[in-house]
Design a binder for this molecule. Structure first.
Ligand SMILES: Cc1ncc(COP(=O)(O)O)c(C=O)c1O
Length: 270
């Protein structure tokens, strides 16, 4: 089942993530509040439906008027209801301090995790919430039980932070990095799978896959590469920082051992 921003906004409206956190709004705040109307998201919203997206942009986003931001890949804009809930909850946590952190926060965090797991179609125990994809992938990479001599396969289109983490482990003598040049314009998914296949050795233990490249937008067929790797006992660590909310995919279908994601690029959350 594909994930989309449209679907996610809809879920937010029924109480997901930050919008679901409890808050006490003053009358004035209520006046200025933008709430998500689920009917805004029914029946329309194809990617090229300009009329639909213009209406959504006007109602839910506070965009700059003096320039057009074409780079949502760094971090995306939070829709107004999400931003308002975020601000309110920051204020609440700041005001109530330890009392909030000890009494209320554990149940809120557990609920957020539960809803996030449902959205990602995985079990609660399968996810940990980190501050961003870099932290998530660093935990996966640095926590992976590499043995001396294990090889990791990566290429020039992978994200520099992940490459550097593997290089760090190589410097510490924990593994060997095998870097190759990915063709910039592969014609088919099969060609990409074949490129990875050609690079494998009996020592390959992990393949780093960047689902959507931040460099040229290449989308690698993670599930197909994972299936090929699995037959050889090789694990996939998948950097899906640019995939969630950007392209349709299902987390379980990727077949990766570990996937690092974020909610602050294409999902529009903090
Ligand atoms: C491909 C890729 N991976 C990982 C990241 C890091 O994501 P985060 O900001 O969530 O740490 C980025 C950020 O731009 C990215 O482009």
């Amino acid at each position: 089942m594909p994930h989309s921003r449209k679907k996610f906004l809809k879920q937010i409206s029924t109480g997901l993530i930050l919008a679901s956190l409890p808050s006490i709004a003053s009358a004035k705040e209520k006046e200025n509040k933008t709430t998500i109307d689920p009917t805004d998201f029914t029946g329309t919203g194809a990617p090229d439906d300009e009329k639909f997206w213009k209406r959504i942009a006007k109602k839910y986003y506070d965009t700059p008027t003096d320039y057009i931001n074409l780079e949502n890949g760094y971090y995306g804009m939070q829709p107004k209801p999400v931003l308002q809930a975020f601000q309110k909850n920051i204020e609440k946590a700041n005001k109530q301090g330890a009392r909030f952190a000890r009494k209320e926060y554990p149940a809120i965090a557990a609920n957020v995790k539960k809803q996030l797991a449902q959205f990602l179609k995985v079990a609660d125990e399968e996810i940990i919430i980190t501050r961003n994809a870099t932290e998530a992938l660093n935990i996966a990479i640095q926590g992976y039980p590499f043995k001396v001599g294990d090889e990791v396969l990566l290429n020039q289109l992978d994200y520099f932070s992940m490459i550097e983490t593997f290089q760090l482990l190589q410097k510490r003598g924990q593994l060997t990095v095998k870097a190759f040049d990915m063709p910039l314009l592969p014609a088919t998914e099969e060609e990409i799978v074949e490129v990875y296949k050609q690079q494998l050795t009996p020592k390959t233990k992990v393949i780093l896959l960047t689902h959507v490249s931040n460099i040229n937008g290449l989308i690698v067929p993670v599930a197909k590469i994972a299936a090929m790797a699995r037959q050889r006992g090789i694990d996939i660590i998948c950097d899906a920082a640019h995939a969630l909310g950007h392209i349709p995919f299902s987390l379980p279908d990727l077949g990766a051992a570990y996937v690092g994601l974020n909610l602050h690029k294409w999902i529009g959350n903090p």
